[in-house]
Design a protein. Structure first.
Length: 179
């Protein structure tokens, strides 16, 4: 059974690369007891300075979190938000967002396996997102071999071939060899 179809495969908050935790916290704390989440957003509780920023924030928050108390996952999110310590709320938010946004769910293994401070190899991982047509802007990528080079000792080799696609099993083996 699929619990959520709110975010389609063509629309995702995470093309903007944010869970908007600070804004969500303000809305949740302001609206928790009366379940007036959408009113809080309309009142600009996130304190955005321009109408454009307010509208974007409202749209992204509604798209990702829904704020529908009849929707069982949000009902559980609200319950855990109320009983959680402040330090645990980002984790609860991440878990909820992982279930609601397919792009975040798909990219999480790559992001989670990246060391803190390291960059995610976007160029090597972007093809599925282009194929799925979920990016707002299409990057200008020359498919095939280009002038750039991969880092020395890279599993893919030093020649950057943007059409080289390893299977998941091949990638896992490459990571194991590198360790």
């Amino acid at each position: 059974m699929i619990l959520s179809n709110k975010i389609s495969k063509n629309k995702t908050v995470h093309t903007s690369r944010t869970m908007m935790f600070a804004e969500l916290s303000k809305v949740m704390e302001h609206s928790l007891h009366e379940d007036m989440y959408l009113n809080s957003l309309n009142q600009n509780i996130a304190n955005k300075k321009t109408k454009n920023n307010k509208d974007k924030t409202t749209s992204y928050l509604k798209q990702l979190y829904g704020f529908d108390i009849k929707y069982p996952p949000f009902k559980l999110f609200k319950y855990f938000w109320q009983i959680a310590a402040e330090k645990d709320k980002p984790v609860i938010t991440l878990l909820y967002a992982l279930g609601e946004d397919f792009l975040l769910g798909e990219s999480y293994p790559v992001v989670a396996s990246t060391k803190l401070g390291d960059k995610v190899g976007v160029r090597l991982n972007i093809r599925p997102f282009i194929t799925a047509d979920v990016l707002r802007k299409k990057p200008n990528i020359k498919w095939g071999v280009d002038r750039g080079k991969n880092p020395p000792g890279s599993f893919w080799g030093e020649v950057r071939d943007n059409d080289l696609h390893k299977s998941l099993e091949e990638k896992r083996k490459g990571r194991e060899i590198k360790k």
